[in-house]
Design a binder for this molecule. Sequence first.
Ligand SMILES: C[S@@+](CC[C@H](N)C(=O)[O-])C[C@H]1O[C@@H](n2cnc3c(N)ncnc32)[C@H](O)[C@@H]1O
Length: 379
Amino acid sequence: MGKSSKDKRDAYYRLAKEEGWRARSAYKLLQLDEEFNLFEGVARVVDLCAAPGSWSQVLSRVLIKGEKFGRAGWEEKQRETKRYVLGLAYKEDHGEKAEERKPRENVRIVAIDLQPMSPLEGVTTMRADITHPSTIPLLLKALDPDTYDPSATSAAHPVDLVISDGAPDVTGLHDLDIYVQSQLLWAALNLALCVLKPGGKFVAKIFRGKDVDLLFAQLRIMFEIVRVAKPRSSRASSIEAFVVCEGFHLPNGFKASLDKPIGTGIQPPTKVQPPREKTKPSRKVREDGAIEIDLGSEEEEDDHDDVEDGGTRWIAPFLACGDLSAFDADATYHLPKDRVSLDPVQPPTAPPYKRALEMRKHAGGAYGKTKGQAPHEST
Ligand SMILES: C[S@@+](CC[C@H](N)C(=O)[O-])C[C@H]1O[C@@H](n2cnc3c(N)ncnc32)[C@H](O)[C@@H]1O
């Protein structure tokens, strides 16, 4: 697909180039922030699986340059509309004027990826594998270079937010892709447990597979609020979504460690439950919007493994986010005739397909045929 054709079919790809973002993923984070006000009170952040770096760009521009995007940008737009509608008099009467950019204090942003990432203002970039235990000391050192203690297993000055947009190279085999993705999520969570401060937030990409409810229930052990969100910039046809977890707290007596990472797998019950009387299924909407479904004891006998203690299944609230007026990621848009298609802001520095392209070029052409070579000869 050519650049122009992709510009038509993917409004966010085009917009990212026009607005200077390294990847269209930037809009996913911005739309998540619009809904959840992720950056409020945030100064220290870890961005996992960060290359080519559009999420880090958002962090750098919001936290370091004090620019307004996402929720803050939306609020600013509302204020401007109000000012416009009410006229200048409103501004004078209420002493309101457009707020100046205010960079935040004590900002620290650490970005990690397997791939190299071009530098970004105020962002410490690291090339490492988030699934490998050796990454934790590297991360702790990057977070507190002056006070780093090599024997520490958690951050001396913990962070407010951990975000992870980790994605494996998708194979198209859904079960395999979901499994590999879930391993990245667990790796991100294990790192987050070592660096998040109490009350901190964790946002990570998930693939909505069969047993995703179990994952939400497990996240609820560590976070007060767990919600699932689908930004408008994420294609409806994709099983991708994001968990947005707030109110981090470690369970009593639990010590985070990458030597004994937590991971998927159903824990056996610690106590044998006495048989319960038969009850009818019921449904209750809680204050935080979560729906609790009691499946009743009949269902329990069916051996549902996603039924938590006592037959209560927990379902995370699901939110679509991003303004309804925002572009639809699945739609094709017409472009003006004389429009010039822009190049990407930051071409990949070392894409995984680079070697394949080099080999193809070396072999003499687009399809690997060497000029003048007989069909049976190989290179
Ligand atoms: C969708 S991209 C991230 C885009 C990024 N959020 C942005 O805004 O530019 C997924 C990234 O996950 C990275 N990744 C996959 N497995 C990883 C691992 N085990 N450790 C570190 N990064 C990983 C890939 O290299 C890739 O750059």
